[in-house]
Design a protein. Structure first.
Length: 300
C-alpha cells in the first residue's frame, strides 16, 4: 500500500507541475494512475478549474476525479447504461468524501478567496495557494484512487435501469459529433449529473456544453502537444482565444436561466441517483438541454 501511495503522489506532483488548471491536473493524474491515456479529454477539462470557469463552485480537483471515474467505468463495463449508472455512483461517493480531505466542497471555501479577476488570481499565486492546492491533489488522489475502485467494484452485477437516465450523458449525445462520441463515448461525463455528483453545483448540461466546445478547439489544432505552463497561465488569466464560445455560452446560460447552478434551476438538490433519473426521464431537464444544444450549435 505504501508503494502505491508513493506512486500516486509522484504522478500527482508531476501533473500538477505540468498542468495549469487544477481540473486538468486532477483528471490526468487519476487517468495515469489507472493507466488511461486521454490527453484531448484531459486538456478539454481546463475550464472546470477554480470551480467552473473560476466561479468558485465545486473544486476542480473533485471534478477531475469524477471525469476519470467515467473513463474507468467505460473500461470496466461494456454496456452504456451500466457505464453511466456506475459513473454517477462513483461520483456520489467521491463528492461525499471530498470535504473530509479538503475541508470544503467549493473552491472559494477551500482557497478562501474569489478567483474571478486577474488581481484575485495574482493574489492566489502570490500567497502560495497554488502550492497548497498541489499538496491537496497529492492527498486527494490517494484517497480517490481507492474510492473509485471500490465504487465501481460495488456496481458490478447491479441492474442499472433505475439510475442510468442522466442529464450529462443526454446532453453529450445531443451536442457531440459522431467522431466525439466514438472517441470518448457519452458516459464519461455522467458523474457531472445533478451539479457534480448530485451536489447541486454547476449545471451538468452547461458543463458538458463547455467541455464539448473546448474539445473542438483542441482537436482543431495542428499540434496536439499539451499546453506549456506559460501558455496555460495565459489561458488562466482569461486571454485564451478558445474561451470565447464557452464564455459566451456561460453568460447566455446565466442570463436565460438566472443561475448556472443546478440547485437553483431545479429548485432543489437530488436525494439520490434514482431521484435524479426519474426527474430527467420525466423531461425535467429538457428545456435546459435544448438551450445548451442551440447555443453550442451557434458556436461551432
Amino acid at each position: 500500500m505504501e508503494d502505491r501511495e508513493r506512486e500516486v503522489r509522484a504522478v500527482a506532483k508531476e501533473w500538477w507541475l505540468r498542468c495549469t488548471a487544477c481540473s486538468e491536473a486532477s483528471f490526468t493524474t487519476h487517468n495515469r494512475c489507472a493507466e488511461i491515456e486521454a490527453p484531448l479529454e484531459e486538456e478539454s477539462s481546463h475550464l472546470l478549474s477554480s470551480g467552473m470557469m473560476h466561479q468558485g463552485h465545486a473544486c476542480g480537483l473533485l471534478s477531475g476525479a469524477v471525469l476519470s471515474a467515467g473513463l474507468q467505468a467505460a473500461r470496466r463495463f461494456e454496456d452504456e447504461a451500466t457505464r453511466s449508472a456506475a459513473t454517477l455512483h462513483a461520483a456520489v461517493r467521491l463528492a461525499g468524501a471530498y470535504p473530509e480531505t479538503s475541508g470544503a466542497l467549493d473552491c472559494r471555501d477551500i482557497t478562501g478567496q474569489s478567483l474571478i479577476t486577474l488581481r484575485e488570481k495574482a493574489h492566489y499565486l502570490r500567497e502560495g495557494k497554488g502550492r497548497q492546492c498541489g499538496r491537496l491533489l497529492m492527498k486527494w488522489a490517494n484517497r480517490s484512487d481507492v474510492i473509485i475502485d471500490e465504487a465501481l467494484t460495488e456496481f458490478e452485477g447491479r441492474d442499472p435501469s433505475a439510475t442510468c437516465t442522466n442529464c450529462a450523458t443526454a446532453t453529450f449525445k445531443r451536442i457531440a459529433s459522431d467522431d466525439e462520441l466514438a472517441r470518448s463515448g457519452p458516459t464519461y461525463v455522467a458523474g457531472l449529473a445533478g451539479g457534480v455528483g448530485l451536489l447541486g453545483r454547476s449545471c451538468a448540461a452547461l458543463t458538458v456544453g463547455i467541455i464539448v466546445l473546448t474539445l473542438r478547439h483542441y482537436s482543431s489544432l495542428r499540434s496536439h502537444q499539451r499546453d506549456s505552463q506559460l501558455l496555460g497561465l495565459f489561458h488562466e488569466a482569461g486571454f485564451g482565444r478558445f474561451r470565447k464560445w464557452p464564455g459566451a455560452l456561460f453568460e447566455e446560460f446565466k442570463f436565460e436561466l438566472g443561475s448556472d447552478l443546478c440547485r437553483d434551476i431545479v429548485g432543489r438538490e437530488f436525494a439520490d441517483p434514482e431521484d435524479h433519473a426519474s426527474f430527467v426521464a420525466s423531461g425535467g431537464c429538457r428545456d435546459v438541454i435544448g438551450f445548451v444544444q442551440s447555443r453550442v450549435a451557434k458556436g461551432e
